[in-house]
Ligand binder design. Structure first.
Ligand code: SF4
Ligand code: SF4
Length: 186
């Protein structure tokens, strides 16, 4: 089992010092999704602290990083103020980058991408576009189709997106965000 530098990379890119965790378990006790996760946040911290590639891969392949809602309950409860949500963001990025995705992550990732596309092209959340893109990405074509007419009749769905004039600005924001992410990962 070879040691690696993943824990120092994580610290470099996020400022989070996983070594400061002393396994009190308060984060896991307060995490609403801990019971659904492959392992809870405190266990993830311990895996990180071991510094082995095997355990780091275990984290990247887990559903834990994808089920995390970034609700910050763990951060609020942690006596060491360890920013687990920030760390989860980084780990998700690494999981995509290294193509080590848990099967549960695929629809979540498809949703994230569809959401961002909606913002990028329409300037706000355009529900019909978001759902169509999500279904296309996940092949869940028939799922929840029956509720669409009800939502439409209640005025919750708009067939066309609202007018959006500042596409160039939005494009710049996305381009800048991608540049920032590249710099952060160097
Ligand atoms: S931020 Fe994630 S890990 Fe922390 S409590 Fe919320 S869901 Fe759990
Ligand atoms: S609450 Fe903080 S110190 Fe306690 S186990 Fe979780 S990360 Fe570690």
């Amino acid at each position: 089992m070879g040691k690696n530098h993943n824990i120092s990379d994580l610290q470099l890119h996020t400022g989070v010092e996983a070594v400061r965790c002393y396994q009190c378990g308060k984060c896991s006790a307060g995490c609403v999704l801990a019971s659904e996760m492959n392992f809870p946040p405190s266990y993830l911290m311990r895996l990180l602290q071991t510094g082995t590639k095997e355990n780091y891969d275990k984290i990247l392949f887990s559903n834990t990083i994808w089920l995390c809602l970034n609700c910050e309950n763990c951060l609020g409860r942690c006596p060491m103020e360890i920013d687990i949500p920030k760390m989860m963001d980084y780990l998700r990025t690494q999981s995509v980058k290294e193509n080590k995705l848990h099967p549960d992550s695929k629809p979540i990732l498809a949703f994230h991408r569809s959401f961002l596309d909606s913002i990028k092209y329409t300037g706000r959340l355009y529900e019909v576009g978001l759902v169509a893109a999500f279904k296309f990405r996940t092949f869940r074509l028939a799922q929840d189709l029956a509720i669409a007419p009800v939502m439409y009749l209640k005025g919750k769905l708009h067939i066309f997106p609202e007018k959006f004039n500042d596409r160039r600005r939005m494009k710049r924001i996305f381009a800048q965000t991608i540049e920032n992410a590249k710099t952060d990962n160097q």
